[in-house]
Design a protein around this ligand. Structure first.
Ligand code: BMA
Length: 305
């Protein structure tokens, strides 16, 4: 058995902490979408101030580690269906747009909703895209699959896949990953940011927890042409709350990702620690792809025996 893959934390973590001055973000800044645009890394983060309403702030970086924030949020609740907050954005670049899927929270419950932007600052609402159901952790694939848009979402406790022709009406809902009782992700799972295309499949970072409710991150590889097929899923988590800002926080024992970026040689995975701060951790592409070769080796081993 080869050593499980793990993410390596950036030593300068946390990379974004609550603001001392901006009222809307004095309590928590966490669960950010991260995307590259015109040579800069944009972080669209969930922020809470004393009123506990979630708004979305924006911070920008030249190197992916040092961020400067805008003083005002870029997306705030405006509609009844998001009266309690706009949460956990995931942003996907597709067809010249940035699409943000977020959790709209109100007395209705949590609704998967969408907005789009050309520049990541000015957002145009597209509305609730999964009506009449409590759902969250939805994220759009960065490419169409077989001519249709594809999205992960989460009906408790599983990760689902769905397809659409117009981004607004979603069909062919199917479960693609379940919790694995007895393992770290035995009770509930949900997708992270947009999956990364690799030669061997869609690389997916996701979150999960078991009875103790310790939110960890995991890694899976899905078939490129048919992402309902899980080619490989690591048994061990790839990141477990250990650092003080992950173990303590607004909610203890949480690492939760809504996005990452790829550089020439690695994946940078951004994550909320303790629902309180933002941090980043990395894995080289070479390592991440050994997930696929482990899979092939396992199959060879299995067929031998
Ligand atoms: C989930 C979401 C996340 C949060 C996580 C841990 O249900 O609300 O925003 O990070 O719980 O508290």
């Amino acid at each position: 058995m080869s050593k499980p893959l793990t993410l390596t934390r950036y030593p300068g973590n946390p990379i974004l902490v609550p603001s001392l001055v901006n009222e809307w973000e004095t309590d928590n800044v966490f669960n950010a979408a991260v995307v590259e645009h015109e040579g800069l890394i944009y972080m669209l983060y969930r922020a809470q101030g004393l009123d506990r309403v979630s708004r979305i702030g924006c911070a920008v970086s030249g190197d992916g580690y040092h961020f400067n924030r805008l003083q005002e949020p870029v997306f705030v609740p405006e509609e009844d269906y998001e009266a309690f907050g706009v949460e956990d954005p995931r942003v996907t670049r597709l067809d010249g747009w940035f699409y943000m899927i977020y959790t709209a929270y109100s007395s209705l419950g949590t609704r998967v909703s969408m907005a789009r932007s050309r520049n990541l600052i000015a957002w145009e609402r597209m509305g609730i895209i999964l009506p009449d159901e409590d759902n969250k952790d939805a994220v759009l694939f960065p490419e169409k699959i077989d001519g249709r848009y594809a999205m992960f979402h989460r009906r408790i406790p599983d990760i689902w896949l769905a397809f659409s022709d117009d981004l607004l009406h979603w069909t062919d809902h199917q479960i693609i990953m379940n919790p694995r009782p007895g393992l770290w992700d035995g009770v509930r799972i949900g997708a992270g940011g947009p999956p990364f295309r690799t030669d061997d499949g869609w690389l997916c970072f996701y979150h999960g927890f078991a009875e103790e409710r310790v939110y960890c991150l995991g890694l899976a590889l899905l078939d490129l042409n048919d992402p309902s097929k899980v080619l490989k899923r690591q048994d061990e988590p790839i990141l477990v709350p250990r650092a003080p800002w992950e173990v303590h926080g607004d909610v203890p024992n949480v690492v939760f990702t809504c996005g990452g970026v790829e550089t020439d040689d690695k994946y940078l995975i951004y994550y909320g620690g303790g629902d309180h701060v933002m941090a980043v951790a990395a894995i080289t592409k070479g390592e991440a792809m050994s997930l696929a070769s482990v899979s092939k080796a396992d199959v060879a081993e299995f067929t031998k025996g």
